[in-house]
Design a protein around this ligand. Structure first.
Ligand code: WTA
Length: 649
């Protein structure tokens, strides 16, 4: 975040009460109602969560204990049994069987709708097919798929049979997929021949084939025919979706699983090179996503809800699939990019499907702003009633633009703060109650107690910047890092005794609004995607010419941050544009296109302290083209700074 942003955020005084027309129909209609409920939820969290779990979820067997907390390990709703897929599907069939559950459009314009009854049947077929292929409760299934209905179907089918899904975003490389398959011991991979992206086919099955050459302990591959391209086929291993799933029996009884049954692993970046397999379990996660979807998106029977996130990210898990479907909502799913075949594509879709709730990311909003209003003007956006953002701090300019140009001043904006680890939204306005201010995620959600602390874990006064923590366990919290409890304890629970550490810096203003300042660890946020600087550095040093690498974030108008790499070579003379290009490709090959560096700067040496630590702060200044600030006395060799400035000029 640059100085200009910090100043505008500190002086922000515009405040918008909920629009009256919205408020009068909302689930929660006043700050008094919010405050009373929030206070009650925090005074006696176990009572609150216990009641919500009974009211909002369908249990096959009741739980006997709300929370068993042996810090930092939580068990929620022990003794209880439920089926997550039954909660998202079967329980709606009586009343909502004919209501659309998923409305989908593909990039080329092909369309599909699944009513709740049809989705239920599709999920039952898939569940039977997975069982026939030998998948049992507790096995891991890896999903590497386009944004097509089959992705949601596969997710829910895994949940239905108690299998653990590990969805890998389709932009990751074969190596990244192989690493995740290995870490999760995946038995089966579900994929498609390809996906459509800006008129091109992205060959997913080829990537899966390559990933399986790297890690070959996956027995079977299930393939959806999406684009029809020709693919390699291993008849002992590969199965078509249309030959198996679509021919399977549509009757399937949903068995109840214990509350703490593992539901999914989702990999995310941390401050070391190896991605973390965040583990979520069944009942608590479902409760967190169900409750937050209901109140934060104010879901109503007639809403058409569109969360633009890919199911490969936590936002897609919680707010494309589980939260909205558990509430019986109609979701819209789209396969393609926002600027293909034209820059008004999203607005065209909002008009066509009469989308009423639109949840997206600040990076997308900044891109829309850049494309200009001509792309929006032809389309009727009057169906919209609520807007939301997630993934990174939103700059007040983008917030105001979203409100005025897309929301026409009549839609509240919910700026929702949360993480892969938190499972569901932790800080957000309630759209019918909370006055919103551009740039702040405002107030904690029910049952959530965030705080800002100093390095000793002491609460800070209003308006002092510090570490964002959460004081009490909550049902949708991660349970551990798959296969690495030590890292779980160290990353989240060792900084401050018995407080969950988020990795974010923040401050709270005198009205109790939380202002998130961004990551304070070595995690970058590039276009709303979390990337670890260490992961990119490891990819760079695996190139035979690279001796050392340091990666930092560089402010970017659209992406928030872009990736800047400083690289030393075994032979400095080789540092030419061709190598620059091939290093970028090398990173893409190791991690995926989402990690493509924006700049690579060859330098004779990296600035280090006398104890050998790379001075990233200094590199950040150089990458930003700013004069290096702060204490330079720890720099081991001061001539390096001059050299760096020259190389980056
Ligand atoms: C950042 C995405 C400011 C934050 C759901 C967090 C945000 C990280 C916001 C988690 C927001 C997310 N305002 N920052 N509304 N939402 N972040 O795991 O740094 O992909 O720690 O989860 O995104 O990213 P993740």
């Amino acid at each position: 975040m640059n100085d200009h942003h910090i100043k505008t955020v500190l002086s922000e005084s515009r405040e918008f009460p909920p629009p009256e027309a919205f408020q009068s129909r909302a689930h929660i209609q006043s700050m008094e109602a919010y405050e009373t409920l929030w206070k009650a939820s925090c005074d006696d969290p176990e009572r609150f969560w216990g009641e919500q779990a009974k009211n909002l979820l369908h249990w096959q067997e009741d739980f006997t204990q709300v929370l068993d907390w042996k810090a930092p390990y939580a068990r929620w709703f022990d003794g209880g049994k439920l089926n997550v897929s039954e909660n998202c599907l079967d329980r709606h069939l009586d009343k909502l069987g004919d209501k659309p559950a998923i409305i989908w459009e593909g990039e080329p314009g092909d369309k599909a709708t699944y009513t709740y009854r049809e989705l239920h049947q599709a999920v039952c077929r898939c569940a039977n097919a997975l069982s026939d292929m030998g998948i049992q409760a507790g096995d891991t299934v890896s999903l590497y798929m386009p944004m097509i209905p089959e992705l949601a179907i596969a997710v829910l089918a895994c949940a239905r049979i108690g299998a653990i899904h590990s969805v890998v975003f389709a932009g990751f490389s074969a190596e990244a997929l192989a690493e995740r398959n290995r870490d999760a011991s995946a038995k089966l991979v579900i994929t498609a021949d390809a996906l459509w992206r800006r008129g091109n086919e992205l060959a997913l099955k080829d990537t899966v084939d390559e990933a399986l050459r790297i890690y070959d302990k996956v027995d079977k591959v299930l393939v959806v025919r999406r684009t029809g391209r020709s693919i390699n086929w291993d008849s002992g291993r590969d199965h078509w979706w249309h030959d198996t799933v679509e021919k399977a029996n549509a009757d399937h009884k949903a068995q109840g699983f214990p509350s703490e049954q593992a539901l999914f692993i989702l990999y995310t970046s941390g401050s070391t090179g190896k991605p973390k397999g965040i583990l979520h379990t069944s009942a608590g996660y479902l409760l967190g996503t169900t409750l937050s979807s209901r109140y934060i998106f104010d879901l109503k029977d007639d809403d058409v809800y569109w969360c633009t996130a890919d199911v490969g990210w936590i936002t897609g898990h919680s707010y494309v699939v589980y939260g909205p479907l558990s509430n019986g909502a109609t979701i819209f799913m789209y396969e393609g990019a926002p600027d293909f075949p034209h820059q008004g594509r999203f607005w065209e879709l909002i008009e066509r499907y009469k989308i009423s709730i639109f949840y997206t990311a600040p990076t997308a909003i900044r891109a829309f702003m850049k494309w200009g209003e001509d792309a929006i003007e032809p389309f009727d956006l009057s169906s919209l009633r609520l807007l939301g953002t997630v993934g990174e701090p939103i700059n007040p300019e983008a917030w105001m633009w979203f409100r005025e140009t897309i929301g026409k001043d009549k839609c509240p904006i919910v700026d929702t703060w949360w993480q892969t680890e938190t499972g569901s939204i932790m800080i957000s306005p309630l759209p019918g109650a909370t006055p919103t201010v551009p740039g702040t995620a405002t107030k904690p959600f029910f049952g959530i107690q965030p705080d800002i602390v100093d390095q000793d874990g002491q609460s800070l006064a209003d308006n002092q910047g510090g570490y964002l923590v959460i004081r009490k366990p909550w049902p949708s919290m991660l349970r551990t890092i798959h296969g690495d409890s030590e890292r779980y304890e160290k990353t989240y629970w060792s900084h401050f005794k018995s407080l969950y550490f988020t990795g974010d810096g923040a401050r709270r203003d005198e009205k109790g609004n939380f202002w998130i300042m961004g990551r304070i660890d070595d995690v970058l946020n590039v276009a709303g995607h979390r990337l670890s600087t260490m992961e990119i550095e490891s990819a760079l040093v695996s190139h035979p010419h690279v001796a050392e690498a340091a990666v930092v974030g560089k402010a970017d108008d659209v992406k928030g941050q872009a990736i800047a790499c400083f690289v030393t070579l075994h032979d400095h003379e080789l540092g030419d544009p061709a190598l620059n290009q091939s290093l970028k490709d090398h990173v893409v090959q190791h991690i995926g296109a989402l990690a493509r560096p924006e700049t690579i700067i060859f330098t004779k040496a990296l600035p280090k302290t006398r104890s050998g630590k790379i001075m990233r702060r200094l590199l950040r200044d150089v990458a930003a083209g700013e004069e290096a600030q702060g204490d330079m006395t720890t720099l081991e060799d001061s001539s390096i700074l001059e050299d760096l400035k020259e190389s980056s000029a």
